[in-house]
Design a protein around this ligand. Structure first.
Ligand code: NAP
Length: 484
């Protein structure tokens, strides 16, 4: 199979925060890969913008170092890297002052797509939007890409939406959630809506429950300061897990276009019941030495911020009434493993005797570390010994099904940036979606604050607090093992 790379017209991408961590680790290595694939041509321009004193030469070295570090395969394509670096320049810009803005306006080319990536701290988003507008850089060919977090509660998200809307139309605003850029997440829609096989079973009559797990094995690392003001509920549940929940639970949109998809996602969020305190567990990892506990890592011995959260969500609509969704995410867990598991109900009647065992179909959509889809089916155990049943996976691991080259698909960031250039907002969150997600999250956080709730301790390298296991045990179910 030969993959089709469709080149895009030359465009300009200004990366505010062009000297930052995200630009180094994700944005430039991703752009380089798209350049190598032929999708980005030699007339495109990338402009790094930040306050650090650098000339073009110094900035290109910064970018080359980043690519070599985070995309080591680049060492094999020295010529390509040099050609890529020629597309890059640097402008010293202050989001909070006048420095650099005239220069940015001078080089702007009204005849091509101009994208502005806000890869800076969220407190600067409003200032950037305001100054872009003031300098004539908010015209219809201009788009802004806004990083997470988008607010820290409903009120701040609303305010941010209002500020951005003063200067840009909703069709120009791309709120990024990199989980939506994953190949498998899009495949989830292809599986659901491109096959006759699954959709008739995709409801509470046939689905017992759905589990969504986003587990990390690392701790807060260098982000302790930010994380301690945020926590797992704000940092992961409100956005990434919520988005996955929407895609798995939404009704089929009439068309695969941005508003049709986002309308359906919004309906899911609005149909979510409020989460009661009995249906949610929060935890904080403990540890010493090499595997220091959360409080040590963030330097706050009284911190009550959660590094783990597990909850049971109910969607009150015709499709899902009676099918619970169990969601969990946390740091310092056994493995880095993210997946969605759709657990189907037992067959209504077993024709086999008890020895055959009880079996269920499970459709697993794996997101991390490897992407793929697996369907567990029940078959007869081969060989003599009568009718004994076993579960075997029908494995649709992309690397095996498509061959390693085909499975080497774009990283989430590069895919999403290309969608920005193509003007496709399907995989970006709309303002009302983000607000609805906060409206569901806020009361939980408010209640924890009112109760003075302390997160439950859990050991590093495990699967979270025991109480999280109980959340499912009491319903006669159990979490799947966290396994990469
Ligand atoms: P970072 O490493 O702290 O970089 C911040 C960038 O902002 C630097 O390039 C800094 O450059 C620039 N900056 C600061 N003040 C500025 C000003 N007044 N005017 C112009 N530029 C200014 O942050 P990051 O980790 O790259 O994160 C950037 C954004 O992405 C944040 O919203 C973050 O939440 C989000 N994000 C990051 C990651 C990640 O993996 N890093 C993941 C998800 C989301 P100068 O100091 O040179 O001005």
């Amino acid at each position: 199979m030969v993959s089709r790379v469709i080149p895009v017209d030359p465009f300009d991408l200004v990366i505010f925060g062009g000297t930052g961590d995200l630009a180094r680790r994700k944005i430039y290595p991703g752009l380089f890969r798209r350049f190598c694939s032929g999708q980005i041509g030699p007339e495109t321009r990338f402009i790094g913008a930040a306050r650090t004193e650098l000339d073009n030469k110094g900035y290109r070295k910064f970018v080359a170092d980043a690519i070599n570090e985070f995309y080591p395969e680049a060492a094999n394509s020295r010529k390509k890297l040099n050609a890529f670096l020629k597309l890059i320049s640097y402008i010293l810009v202050d989001a909070l002052g006048e420095t650099g803005w005239d220069q940015l306006a001078d080089i702007a080319d009204a005849d091509r797509v101009q994208a502005f990536y806000f890869s800076v701290a969220p407190r600067l988003f409003g200032d950037l939007a305001k100054r872009l507008h003031k300098h004539g850089l908010a015209e219809d060919n201009c788009r802004i890409v806004v990083e997470k977090p988008f607010g820290r509660d409903l009120e701040s998200a609303r305010e941010l939406n209002r500020v951005l809307a003063r200067h840009f139309g909703e069709h120009q605003i791309y709120r990024i959630d990199h989980y939506l850029g994953k190949e498998t997440v899009q495949n989830l829609m292809a599986i659901r809506f491109g096959n006759m096989l699954f959709e008739p079973l995709w409801n509470s009559q046939y689905v017992d429950h759905i589990q969504i797990t986003v587990a990390e094995s690392v701790g807060v690392g260098g982000r302790g300061d930010y994380y301690d003001r945020s926590g797992a509920m704000r940092d992961m549940m409100q956005n990434h897990l919520m988005q996955l929940l929407c895609l798995i639970a939404m009704e089929p949109p009439a068309k695969f276009n941005p508003d049709a998809v986002r309308d359906e996602k919004l309906k899911v969020i609005r149909a979510l019941d409020p989460v009661g305190m009995d249906d949610i567990v929060r935890g904080q990892y403990e540890g010493t030495g090499d595997r220091a506990g959360y409080r040590i890592q963030v330097g706050n011995r009284d911190s009550t911020t959660e590094s783990f959260v597990a909850l049971r969500a109910n969607i009150s609509n015709w499709r899902w009434a009676g099918t619970p969704f169990y969601l969990r995410t946390g740091k310092r867990l056994r493995d880095r493993a993210s997946e969605i598991a759709v657990v189907f109900k037992d067959a209504p009647h077993s024709i086999f005797d008890e020895d055959a065992g009880r079996h269920r179909n499970i459709l697993t959509i794996k997101l991390q570390p490897n992407e793929g889809i697996e369907l567990g089916v029940t078959i007869k155990e081969p060989g003599p010994g009568g009718m004994r049943l076993i579960d075997v996976p029908l494995d649709m691991s992309f690397a095996e099904a498509l061959g390693p080259e085909e499975a080497d698909f774009p990283d989430a960031y590069e895919r999403l940036i290309m969608d920005v250039i193509r003007g496709n907002q399907t995989l970006f969150m709309r303002g009302d979606e983000v607000e609805a997600a906060w409206a569901w999250t806020d009361p939980v956080i408010a209640e924890w604050e009112t109760l003075g709730d302390e997160p439950l301790p859990y050991v590093t390298g495990g699967s979270g607090p025991d109480e999280a296991l109980m959340l499912m045990h009491r319903d006669g179910r159990r979490w799947r093992e966290i396994k990469a």
